[in-house]
Design a protein around this ligand. Structure first.
Ligand code: EPZ
Length: 415
């Protein structure tokens, strides 16, 4: 099990390049199953989750070739049965259901496992596909969907905590080849959903309203290939903004689409950072950080994926911050690890009261999920002494060359 050894207290300086978005590219790769023609996908990040998804596409029969960060995918002759072991390992693979149902009228996948942050149900995904007329059977750890034909419908997709990102992606993809009009109400508005819609439209789909709570799709008979570049990863960008803030440094990160980080930039400025956009990237400066309150919400609210990394920053801020996690039922496990580094945090249900301390102290800590691992690395950058972070298998899922990018701007991290 790999771990990082981090020497804390070093200032950062320089430029960081942001990779393509993990949470955009996973549904986008699934969408290539909607056509037998060739799709070229550019700015694909070098992540283990992407590698898994490509193996799943190949197990379905798609041809995949890679040239750097550009993928060429041709799903000419495919089957509806994926590699269950692979599918079970990566939750994002659930988004092959919609395209396979649309293309082949049937699909069998293993139920995606839950993970440490929550049970990760797929009831809304299945409600959406049933809404188009699919039969859904769940048995023995597999979910099987099939339909003689898919009919467009008005479908309300809101769940107990709001919209579902991948549920919206699945339904949007399935609806592109259904007959008639599908209206998704309470659709997710995340930029990754908008990016997927961009690819679908480039493939000839008729999609309107992506990025708003109401998405309208007019079914077409078939889709053609496309050449499409993925948006930059807003969560990776936010993580590096926080790396600059927690080390009280000055960094430039690019490319960044500022509208994708509105809530995060606002909160960082409220906490005392100076952030400027120069058309392509953001420069961030931080010398004094004060407490702010955070409540995670669906986009455009504060993103749950940056709650843990932001908490590391607030553990070193002046004053007490109140952080509430509203999206996932178990996404506060990094609190115990931060406490091992001297953070003063009190928990009450899904709310953490974080009283900033002047210095964290290095310690051996464990990352429990992808973003909690990133949060522990950030804390290690700012702590006195040496921090070792275990749980890099989570980190490598969502951050391409994280330590390389940090060491290039002055950090001292050894794997
Ligand atoms: C996507 O997961 C992201 N993953 C997550 O990023 C992100 O945290 C999440 O959206 C929320 O923004 C990918 O895009 C690959 P949801 P997704 O369906 O789509 C409940 C990361 O760190 N729900 O929007 O699976 C669910 O339990 C990852 O990069 C149902 O109740 O999340 C959660 O409480 C972590 N029923 C809430 O909705 C369903 O059928 C939001 O989940 C589906 C979801």
């Amino acid at each position: 099990m790999d771990s990082f050894l981090i020497e804390g207290g070093l200032p950062l300086n320089g430029e960081v390049t942001i990779s393509g978005s993990k949470n955009a590219v996973l549904p986008i790769l699934a969408a290539t199953l909607l056509t037998s023609e060739t799709c070229i996908i550019r700015r694909v990040p070098d992540l283990s989750d992407v590698g898994f998804m490509l193996k799943i596409l190949q197990s379905l029969g798609a041809e995949v070739t890679q040239d750097g960060s550009t993928l060429t995918i041709r799903a000419a002759n495919i089957s509806g049965r994926g590699d269950y072991e692979l599918i079970r390992k990566m939750r994002g693979s659930i988004c092959i259901l919609g395209p396979l149902l649309a293309r082949l009228k049937e699909a069998v996948v293993s139920l995606p496992g839950g993970c440490v942050i929550g049970t990760r149900p797929i009831d809304l995904h299945l409600k959406g596909l049933r809404g188009l007329g699919a039969q859904v059977e769940v048995e023995a750890g597999y979910v099987r969907v099939h339909a003689s034909r898919l009919e467009g419908q008005m479908i309300f997709l809101g769940g107990r905590v709001g919209p579902t990102v991948l549920g919206t992606a699945n339904l949007m993809m399935a609806a592109t080849l259904a007959s008639g009009i599908t209206v998704i109400e309470s659709a997710a508005c995340e930029p990754e959903v908008v990016d997927l819609a961009g690819l679908l439209i480039a493939m000839g789909a008729k999609v309107r309203g992506a990025g708003t709570p109401t998405i309208t799709i007019v079914g077409v008979d078939r889709l053609h290939g496309a050449d499409y570049a993925v948006i930059p990863d807003r969560i990776e960008a936010g993580t590096f903004l926080l790396a600059a803030a927690i080390t009280r440094s000055h960094l430039r990160i690019s490319p960044v689409i500022p509208e994708h980080l509105g809530a995060v930039i606002t909160k960082l400025e409220e906490a005392g950072c100076t952030i400027q956009h120069d058309g392509i990237g953001l420069t961030v400066k931080a010398d004094r950080i004060t407490a702010v309150d955070l409540r995670t919400q669906p986009f455009p609210g504060f993103p749950t994926d940056l709650q843990a990394p932001f908490m590391s920053l607030l553990a070193t801020a002046q004053g007490t911050s109140v952080i509430t996690e509203n999206i996932f039922e178990n996404r506060l496990q990094h609190v115990a690890e931060l406490q091992r580094m001297g953070a003063a945090i009190r928990m009450q249900g899904n709310t953490a009261f974080v009283e900033g301390v002047s210095r964290l102290s290095g310690a051996p800590v464990q990352g429990s999920d992808l973003r909690a691992s990133a949060a522990m690395v950030l804390a290690g950058l700012a702590a006195d002494g040496i921090t070792t972070v275990q749980g890099l298998e989570f980190l490598d899922r969502g951050y391409a060359d994280f330590e390389g990018k940090l060491n290039a701007v002055g950090a001292s991290i050894r794997r």
